[in-house]
Design a binder for this molecule. Structure first.
Ligand SMILES: Nc1ncnc2c1ncn2[C@@H]1O[C@H](COP(=O)(O)OP(=O)(O)OP(=O)(O)O)[C@@H](O)[C@H]1O
Length: 261
């Protein structure tokens, strides 16, 4: 195993999980966060994971991205089965083939914007493709901030730096967990447009967890989880349709409660 990721020629699946089960704790405190989820994340698309609080969204994203391990089932990046990789190879795979954006911007305060952007590549011993990087930096309008420290930037600007950092190494997949959670709606909108625009312009793949139907409307597709299971998928989502679908979960849950003794 070299940690090299290959993608099948017949499918364009950037990442997938098969029969994914994740159990936290044991005995009385056992929580089945994922209860047999199989889902493909198509390459070149922006997919959002939604569902009620506690439905397993972050767990699914973390296990699909090799940040956490499944109790049973498999997670693949391209054709690479993550369960076959030891910690070292998993770390290399994440550095070389994946990008991450989290709710907390996670920039290193002592490094400049430019140094933060290339840090994952520096750690992986890879040289940045300067044309690719220049184009990304211009898209986000950060050229005049490259030598600033993160503390000199607004929250929205810091998250845009985190987005550039995530895409800098031309990753196979960028995973984003509530990337707009700490931002006002205008800055959040800019970050979402940036994610969606980069997917469309550069044929990248993004998988994002969000609570927000307006954020989900930027995606090509939404997958819905409820109680650790995949319960629906929606192409070309709009905020209204996503909201209606989420309300339907609430309705189902209330009905279940009414009929159960
Ligand atoms: N480290 C952990 N130890 C124990 N239980 C956990 C752990 N992480 C998550 N859980 C539980 O697993 C279930 C799924 O959690 P997860 O964070 O994946 O859901 P979520 O849909 O992302 O929730 P939210 O929308 O509230 O962030 C929840 O019941 C949660 O309490």
């Amino acid at each position: 195993m070299t940690g090299t990721v290959t993608t099948g020629t017949d499918t364009r699946t950037a990442a997938r999980v098969v029969d994914a089960v994740k159990v936290y704790g044991s005995g009385d405190t056992e929580v089945r966060a994922l209860d047999g989820v199989s889902v493909d994340f198509t390459a070149g698309r922006f997919t959002v994971i939604m569902g009620p609080s506690g439905s397993g969204k972050s767990t699914l994203m973390h296990c699909a991205a090799g940040l956490d391990t499944l109790t049973s089932g498999s997670a693949f990046i391209g054709d690479t089965d993550l369960s076959g990789l030891d910690d070292h190879r998993l770390t290399l795979l994440r550095r070389r083939h994946l990008g991450f954006v989290f709710q907390a911007f996670n920039l290193l305060p002592t490094l400049t914007v430019a140094e933060n952007i290339t840090l994952p590549m520096d750690l992986a011993g890879e040289r940045p493709d300067s044309r690719w990087l220049d184009a990304l930096i211009d898209t986000v309008g950060l050229r005049d901030r490259l030598h600033h420290r993160p503390s000199e930037l607004s929250g929205g600007q810091q998250q845009r730096v985190a987005v550039v950092r995530a895409f800098a190494g031309r990753p196979q997949v960028v995973f984003a967990d509530e990337p707009t959670g700490n931002l006002d709606s205008r800055s959040g909108e800019e970050v979402l447009r940036l994610l969606a625009g980069t997917v469309r312009r550069t044929d990248r793949t993004v998988v994002m967890v969000t609570h927000d139907p307006v954020a989900a409307a930027h995606a090509d597709e939404v997958v819905f989880l409820a109680d650790g299971r995949l319960v629906d998928r929606m192409e070309a989502p709009t905020a209204e349709r996503v909201l209606d679908r989420l309300k339907a979960f609430d309705g189902t849950r209330h009905k279940e409660r009414e009929v159960s003794p």
